[in-house]
Design a binder for this molecule. Sequence first.
Ligand code: 6GU
Length: 230
Amino acid sequence: MSFSVEVLTLFPEFFDSPLQQSLLRRAIEAGLFDFKATNIRDFSTDKHRTVDDVPYGGGAGMVMKPEPLVGALEDARARLGEIPRVLLTPQGTPLSQELAWSLSEGPGMILLCGHYEGIDERVREGWIDLEVSIGDYVLTGGEPAALVLLDSVVRLIPGVVGNRESLMDESFSCGGLEYPHYTRPRDFRGLGVPEVLLSGHHQKIEEFRREQSLKRTLERRPDLLKRDDE
Ligand code: 6GU
């Protein structure tokens, strides 16, 4: 059974190129997940194909109208079944590796990309299961955030990234930042490689990497080392 991702957006072309790149394209070709970008405008209910309107109470900016949003959400649900409906918004839960792992268990997700000043609150209350933000900064719309979420989740679907070990090893999965990596040549413009990595002594190598990982996390992201209960 394949993992389904459907993005509801005013800019479906935004997703064309990224989905044609190596890792994501191979995953689609291998049947590991399927992807569809739906234009919310196709679900507008008037002859001008309107998707936004002025806010009740006044103020700057436009609000996405409920009819096209709910039309697109219901259409996707009718085809895909009870999969989580995720709204990308700066007001959402911060995206984390843990959230990516949990969504990757499937069976898929519907990603709603907001625009303008936001979406009508009634849609958020009645037709959204989860709201996600990718960080404390403002984007012009939810599309780049949907791509980030999509990438972080899809690479965790079994079979998409070849080496499960490298997934468990990487930054955040073990709570800290990853250790430094080196490859050939051994001497690059006078810069060497830590001797222990050339030693073939696997236990010492593992110890070195653990140390480096801890040092790097302390220096750069001490917040990651704080225990959950404090
Ligand atoms: Cl999910 N959407 C927008 N528009 N801006 C954001 C974001 C999402 N996450 C961080 N900034």
